[in-house]
Design a protein around this ligand. Structure first.
Ligand SMILES: Cc1cc2nc3c(=O)[nH]c(=O)nc-3n(C[C@H](O)[C@H](O)[C@H](O)COP(=O)(O)OP(=O)(O)OC[C@H]3O[C@@H](n4cnc5c(N)ncnc54)[C@H](O)[C@@H]3O)c2cc1C
Length: 423
């Protein structure tokens, strides 16, 4: 029957065919064969975000996934959803689809092909095999709850009204809006009775004031970043930092960005500092420098520092502190040495802003988890509605955790829908 036939009513319409939407459609189709499942997406070409993920390689999940890898709503709810479909199950699921994975640094899992396309094709192929009707180029503008079904208004060279008994909102957040997730899903959720926890970009590079960073562009090294938010416990993240022409990027920076943004959102004072030598404290670092004074007293300070740090960074730090790098180690005064040690361990980062949603990997905030039944991702506000993926108030750190949330929440929604349909 044609979708436009006034008597056509789909069993399920998934709005948004990204990671969470495709996973939900597949899991529902497996549980409830012979049901009509539609997956509508505003984009003409599906899966743009999957294709750019993980540097084009798609970091599908992580060997160790726990609620502490996420921020946002209740950790209890996050734990429950993740436990229902674990990282191990994700690996098995993708293996069934012909996607074998391998583990890399920090427990990240990637497809053996090292191509995100493999992941996207596997999902699209499975959805098609199971009879899911995928409708690209269907941007949903409106969803109305009627007595016995939803009326979904999609823009397709005009307006197309599609009816469905159940709707899954999988429209993502605001990150990388050019891929199709431009926040329109929040308005659909609000119209159906939900509230939205204020959003900010997360996993996003930071813009710095001043010109300290400009000469360092391209240098990457291990650091510990500390974010101090007024009235909160310090947040410390260790990992690689990349200097860029605008400021800083790299995994450690992306991970702390949500805390900086959240503090700004709440109008709290916030500072970010960096330890260039994360294995050291004041005493151990001063001892190291004194050791060089004893063993190589004639070595220039600049060269001594360059044994711990990239040489260009060492020069920039010395210049900034007004310390002459051309002085021999034996001539460095106690005050200069101590000022240098303090600076190396607690360098203030003059964060002006982030690069915004256009460069963010994920969105913090969204539909509160308190408005969802975690046993089936069903809306507590609108019967027949389900929500999955990034539209919810959950954001993971870097390492495959955001996709795991998409797979897990998709699985739980399918369980909830299956329970109702098969009752
Ligand atoms: C550059 C980048 C790299 C990333 N790398 C990784 C990684 O390696 N590992 C990881 O775990 N996470 C990664 N992420 C995060 C991850 O991609 C997201 O968390 C995940 O894709 C969210 O899935 P989703 O299905 O909820 O939303 P999305 O993937 O955003 O999908 C939402 C879909 O809904 C559609 N849509 C939106 N509004 C409408 C509407 N009104 N009507 C119809 N369709 C609509 C969009 O077109 C889109 O296809 C990365 C993100 C970015 C931006």
């Amino acid at each position: 029957m044609s979708l436009d036939d006034p008597s056509f009513v789909a069993d399920i319409a998934v709005v948004g065919a990204g990671a969470a939407g495709l996973a939900t459609a597949i899991f529902v189709a497996r549980r409830c064969p012979n049901r009509t499942i539609l997956a509508l997406d505003g984009a003409n070409k599906l899966g743009a975000k999957i294709l750019v993920s993980g540097g084009g390689r798609c970091n599908v999940t992580n060997v160790a996934v726990t609620p502490s890898d996420y921020c946002g709503g209740s950790p209890h709810v996050i734990r429950r959803v993740l436990a229902a479909f674990t990282a191990e199950q994700t690996v098995i699921f993708f293996r069934e689809l012909g996607v074998e994975m391998h583990v890399e640094e920090y427990g990240k899992l990637f497809p053996n092909t090292n191509r995100a396309r493999t992941v996207l094709d596997a999902l699209l192929g499975e959805a098609e095999r199971l009879g899911v009707r995928i409708l690209p180029g269907h941007r949903v503008m409106q969803i109305e709850r009627r007595d016995d079904c939803f009326e979904i208004g999609a823009e397709v060279a005009g307006v197309r009204i599609i009816r469905a008994r159940r709707v899954v909102l999988a429209t993502g957040g605001l990150s990388l809006p050019k891929t199709g997730s431009d926040g329109g899903g929040y308005r659909l959720a609000q119209h159906l009775g939900h509230s939205i926890t204020p959003t900010t970009p997360a996993l996003v590079p930071l813009i710095l004031d001043g010109d300290f960073h400009t000469g360092l562009s391209g240098i990457a090294h291990e650091v510990t970043l500390t974010v101090l938010v007024e009235g909160c416990k310090p947040v410390r993240v260790r990992g690689p930092l990349l200097w860029t022409h605008f400021g800083v990027s790299g995994p450690a920076v992306l991970d702390v960005s949500r805390y900086w943004h959240h503090a700004r959102l709440e109008q709290r004072g916030v500072t970010v500092s960096v330890s260039f030598l994360p294995d050291d404290d004041f005493i151990s670092l001063e001892e190291k420098l004194l050791g060089i004074v004893s063993s190589q007293p004639k070595t220039f300070l600049r060269n001594a520092l360059a044994t711990f740090l990239p040489a260009r960074l060492a020069d920039e730090i010395l210049k900034n502190l007004g310390i002459d790098g051309g002085v021999a180690m034996a001539q460095v005064t106690r005050d200069a040495r101590r000022a240098l040690v303090r600076a190396l361990l607690e360098w203030p980062m003059a964060v002006r802003d982030s690069r915004g949603y256009g460069y963010a990997e994920v969105t913090a905030g969204g539909v509160p988890l308190s408005e969802i039944d975690p046993g089936g991702m069903a809306s507590r506000k609108c019967p027949g509605l389900y929500l999955v993926g990034e539209i919810l108030d959950v954001d993971g750190r870097i390492g495959g955790f955001n996709f795991q949330w998409a797979w897990s929440s998709g699985w739980v929604a399918a369980t909830g829908i299956g329970r109702e349909l098969n009752a």
